[in-house]
Design a protein around this ligand. Structure first.
Ligand code: FPP
Length: 249
């Protein structure tokens, strides 16, 4: 990890797009002798805090990993608890998020979720579609490899020839096509891996890993991650730093 002193060429900009793996809910609950569900519940409250703090700091896009394609392998009661929690959270927070100017977009395979959850997602997207303060993308039943495969399938179905399949063309079929690539990728909970999140899009993201468990991730922890990002030099594969405002990732 390259760290630069203040007189060097630092990119002090706020990241346009922050992506977060919200890990550590289960351990947070265990430390308190509570069932894992309570960790996820506290995780929802942390998320609501972070959405507003990001918006206040000028982050335009926030993308969170709420349920991975692999999370179906968890015990049945935890999966159904999470599904129920998400439904309740949408009902509880939608009006507030809509009022706060948050646009909600769901990314992932909706086929496997219940009709009720699908309807709640649609309601959340429709109710907030014209909001512009920040775009919250919730990755749910999402996997980075799933996304690449579904994008390829769409490109083939649209009749693209091998020559027409370019990085730019494929990006247009990705589930995250509504957003620039993440500038900053944060993972809480101490694990140091990507875990199949936004594989295509994080190619040039700055990575920040923290021991902090997701329900404890507060405004100070967010600011520390943003400060870490601000101290990085982004080169996008070149020798010198990219010009200010270059790309979205
Ligand atoms: C990982 O912690 C966390 C999850 C699998 C779920 C994250 C989901 C939320 C915070 C709810 C999101 C809600 C909405 C409405 C978008 P873990 O269970 O793997 O924790 P551990 O590593 O400590 O076991």
């Amino acid at each position: 990890m390259l760290r630069l002193s203040a007189d060097m060429n630092c990119n002090l900009a706020v990241p346009r797009h922050v992506a977060i793996v919200m890990d550590g809910n289960g351990r947070w609950a265990k430390k308190r002798y509570l069932p894992r569900f309570f960790g996820h519940k506290a995780g929802v409250d942390a998320l609501v805090r972070v959405i507003n703090a990001c918006a206040d700091r000028g982050v335009e896009y926030l993308t969170v990993f709420a349920f991975s394609s692999e999370n179906w392998k968890r015990p049945e009661d935890e999966v159904s608890g999470l599904m129920g929690l998400v439904l309740v959270a949408v009902t509880k927070y939608l009006a507030k998020l809509a009022r706060d100017g948050v646009r909600i977009v769901i990314v992932g395979d909706r086929n496997a979720v219940s009709d009720r959850l699908r309807a709640a997602w649609l309601e959340a997207e429709t109710a907030t579609q014209h909001n512009t303060r920040i775009t919250l993308s919730v990755a749910f039943n999402y996997g980075g490899r799933w996304d690449v495969v579904q994008a390829c399938k769409q490109a083939v179905a649209a009749g693209l020839t091998a020559d027409q399949i370019t990085e730019q063309a494929l990006s247009g079929y990705m589930a995250m096509r509504h957003a620039p690539d993440p500038d900053l990728f944060i993972r809480t909970g101490g694990e140091v891996r990507i875990s199949n999140f936004l594989l295509w899009q994080v190619a040039y993201a700055e990575l920040v890993f923290t021991e902090c468990l997701w329900p404890d991730f507060d405004v100070q922890a967010l600011d520390a991650a943003l400060a870490d990002y601000a101290g990085r030099e982004r080169r996008f594969g070149a020798v010198t730093a990219a010009p200010a405002g270059a790309g979205g990732g």
